[in-house]
Write a protein that binds this ligand. Structure first.
Ligand SMILES: [Zn+2]
Ligand SMILES: [Zn+2]
Length: 214
């Protein structure tokens, strides 16, 4: 599985033209699926960053929306104008998208496809994604507005969590990460430096253009 961060408040790659902006989006490629996780705040920046990173928006097969805050869904309508031949995996509280091939809503933990799982919408706001690649679950979060404990628990029937990347908001109970192999805090994470101090071997710097092969 490959994950390429295409939208974040920070730049990782120095490729000319890439833009950082408040928000988050990443392309997850596994088997024949190319899943766009969130869409950032601005569709023009999203498409431009994808193009510079060598990603054709037309390869996207699925869009997974973590939650309806503008910095995660702001780029959605612009993206759908370019490619709406996708399945949109949405938390139940996010309504109003019409211009799309198919929409599926999730209010509880569920399998999307083989080895791909959602937490379902937690706290009436947000869902997270987890992917099994043979050696444990890799979790991707948008903002982690729900408690991280609840996010982790929601995946417990699908396997053991090994990695986490994404926005962790103001998470401060860092013991939840003990035993993980890879931790990459991005976007809205307030205590990234502390996480780096506590887990120096697991910590990875994220940002636009960062690629994870997991
Ligand atoms: Zn948010
Ligand atoms: Zn956010």
């Amino acid at each position: 599985m490959k994950i390429i961060v295409v939208y974040d408040n920070k730049l990782y790659s120095v490729l000319p033209g890439l833009k950082s902006d408040w928000g988050f989006s990443a392309l997850i490629s596994i088997d024949d699926k190319h899943i766009l996780f969130d869409t950032g705040a601005n569709g023009n920046i999203l498409i431009r960053n994808m193009t510079i990173l060598g990603i054709d928006p037309l390869i996207v097969t699925d869009i997974f929306i973590s939650h309806h805050h503008y910095d995660h869904v702001g780029g959605l309508s612009h993206f759908l104008n370019i490619n709406n031949n996708v399945i949109l995996h949405s938390p139940t509280s996010f309504r109003g998208v019409k211009n799309v091939n198919e929409i599926r809503y999730y209010d509880k933990p569920e399998k999307l496809y083989d080895n791909i799982f959602t937490s379902g919408e937690l706290d009436n706001i947000e869902q997270s994604l987890a992917i099994e690649t043979g050696n444990g679950l890799k979790v991707i979060t948008g903002c982690s507005h729900p408690d991280m404990k609840d996010i982790f628990n929601s995946f417990s029937s699908f396997g053991k969590i090994r990695s986490i990347i994404g926005g962790f908001h103001d998470l401060s109970d860092f013991s939840i990460f003990s035993g993980l192999e890879l931790i990459s805090p991005m976007h809205c994470t307030k205590h990234g430096r502390k996480i780096n101090e506590l887990y120096p071997n697991q910590y990875r710097i994220g940002g636009v253009g960062k690629t994870f092969t997991l």
